[in-house]
Design a protein around this ligand. Sequence first.
Ligand SMILES: [Zn+2]
Length: 321
Amino acid sequence: MYPTSIQQKSYKDFLSFWHLTLIPLALCAIIEVIPFGENDTDHFESKEMAVETVPSPKEALAPLPAPIKPDIFSGSVEYSFYGSALASGASPDTIGYLTSLASGKFDFIRSVSRSGKFAFKIDDQNQLEAFLYQDNQHMFYVYSDDKGALFSSDGEHFYKDKLLLSPVSRRFRVSSPFNPARRHPITHKVTSHLGTDYAVPVGTPVVSISSGRVVVSRYHPLAGNYVVILHPDGLRTRYLHLSKRFVQRGDNVNQGQKIGTSGNTGRTTGAHLHFELWKDGRPIDFEKKRTFAEKIAVEQISAQTADAKMALQRLALQIAK
Ligand SMILES: [Zn+2]
């Protein structure tokens, strides 16, 4: 009984956590397709007009006026990547989206050389689907779809970015789990431990698990140096006991952006990162959610990887021309 209820709860949490962004989108789509009321004469008129303008079979056979746009464009770096990408036919929006996806993974100014070749693949909605850059030293590939973005620096390994699941880059031991009724190690009183403590050595980079806005960045005698970030969908994360803070209140942060380094400041019994996740003012057991979310991410990634590999092959062929 117990494990079942836990799983259900995790599943609900997962749904609210990862899928809440889809609900507003779905609502937009519904609003878009809801017809006007039946008494709306304009609507009926336009419907009748539409019937009258249906092309005759002869007209329907006429060739389509719009030429099919190429979905891949490529080029080589001349003076700057940005200028060369524009010259190849990529829109400023596409390049901007690419550089934001690649932020922290690939540097389009310093890592790009004049021997470099690149290719963009655009989907039928004119959105960036895949990008490949290659020169003698580097290879950078990104594949993006509505489920997230996959990256590869060597053409082999893909990893998920939009489901970044940790405030630190690798797994550290949980030194104290989420526990709403814990005996505090210093005061020995039963108090809530509304976060997870990770045994992270001092100086380890701490990143924001999602994009958002910094609402607190300061020192407190108990929390030490700490940062609080507000994310979309009523999510809030807190990062405590940091040795350094790299963000200020009011800053916008990207997912994966370094916000500080872990430390041992405030009231602690040793170096660790205390991390909290809140949803609509309610604390959430992040580790429980993470285990479930990771399982889903692995399933999604294997399906996406197959598509990504096909797109990579096409781009590589284009570059080789
Ligand atoms: Zn803690």
